[in-house]
Ligand binder design. Structure first.
Ligand SMILES: C[S@@+](CC[C@H](N)C(=O)[O-])C[C@H]1O[C@@H](n2cnc3c(N)ncnc32)[C@H](O)[C@@H]1O
Length: 337
């Protein structure tokens, strides 16, 4: 795997592979780091690589020309390498993405600085924008280092045993179980007995249960997409888990109006057309008035919430009922008030 890192401050990145497992990977030729100084590609007399933003505003913007030229130089070395721009507005970097990127033979990682990069450079080099989290860093270098580190350890041969990343957090969609090493008792705290038993099946089962319990407690959203077997679901339900409860984005739909044929069918057809999953539903008729409440999973919906709510309202008008989509958070904050 070759990482070409385009940066205004390549010295920030240069030493990041001089330690631990990644150092060994570099020494054995499995991973190569190529730091490229964007400024060296500037065609301006004073090697300028940034300028004031058009339209005004604070800060500076990295100019397109040096970036496109620096990227072309990386492409000369690795023609097929995808270009990734580390950016807070990019798609979230996940273990899945790390696995996907580890299958490439080279990556070009573009680090921004200041207010960011002239959009035309990003269009010209066809950059995929990737974010390492919902926060803003001063520059893309730390983000590039995070990406390189997690991708490198997935390159075959980098970790001692091929299976050592198999049970890492996120690899199977769950968080990792707790780990222990010697001594067996530390400040009065004992290692769980099962880990000392030498009974591999029991150890595996204990670890799986621990993973499930920790994921339910800390990141229930992950359970919605994890590959869970029957025994996993049984154990989770003992812990109080119900399918859909970890969904990060839930909506509440209410439909009220004079009862008539086909209301449920029309609403359900609308929801399935928008890729919305119904998690729970309750419907009744009170003295000729139709009332329905649904809890829906909005996680995989691409439309904006307001747009969806408006489309549902319009559908309600067509049917002759009042149909409302509200964010679950509204009810949570009402409860707090
Ligand atoms: C100060 S930030 C620019 C932020 C930009 N004005 C915005 O609001 O999107 C400078 C650079 O840091 C990098 N950066 C900042 N936060 C990041 C994040 N969460 N993930 C990846 N890169 C990030 C990007 O390369 C970005 O161009």
């Amino acid at each position: 795997m070759v990482f070409h890192v385009l940066s205004l401050f390549p010295q920030m990145v240069a030493g990041c592979m001089d330690f631990s497992v990644i150092k060994r990977a570099v020494e054995s030729g499995l991973v190569t780091l190529d730091c490229i100084d964007i400024r060296a590609f500037s065609s301006s007399k004073r090697s300028q690589a940034d300028d004031a933003p058009y339209g005004g505003g604070a800060g500076m913007v990295m100019s397109a020309q040096p970036i496109v030229a620096a990227c072309a130089s990386a492409k000369e070395k690795s023609k097929e390498a995808p270009v990734i721009y580390l950016s807070p507005r990019g798609e979230p970097f996940t273990q899945r993405m790390a696995e996907e990127l580890a299958r490439e033979s080279a990556l070009i990682l573009l680090c921004g600085h200041y207010e960011g990069i002239d959009e035309r450079a990003l269009e010209e080099i066809g950059a995929r924008e990737v974010s390492i989290g919902d926060f803003v860093l001063t520059g893309g270098e730390i983000a590039a280092m995070a990406v390189m580190d997690s991708v490198s350890r997935l390159v075959p041969g980098v970790l001692g045993k091929e299976e050592s990343h198999q049970f890492d957090s996120f690899s199977d969609g769950l968080l990792e179980y707790p780990q222990y090493t010697r001594p067996p008792v530390f400040m009065g705290r004992e290692v769980p007995e099962v880990l000392l038993s030498g009974h591999h099946k029991n150890v595996d089962s204990w670890r799986r249960k621990q993973s499930l319990a920790i994921t339910l407690k800390r990141r229930p959203d992950l359970l919605e997409k994890a590959d869970l077997g029957k025994s996993d679901l049984k154990y989770l339900s003992e812990l109080g888990y119900k399918k859909g409860m970890g969904s990060a984005l839930k909506g509440i739909i209410t439909v009220i109006g004079k009862d008539q044929m086909g209301i449920i069918a029309r609403v359900c057809t609308f929801l399935s057309g928008e890729g919305i999953n119904i998690l729970d539903i309750s419907q009744t008729i009170v003295q000729g008035y139709f009332t329905m409440m649904m809890i829906v999973d909005l996680d995989s919906v691409s439309k904006r919430f307001e747009e969806l709510a408006e489309s549902l309202r319009v559908l309600g008008e067509e049917i002759g009922v009042q149909a409302k989509l509200q964010h679950e958070d509204i009810f949570n904050s009402m409860h707090r008030i």
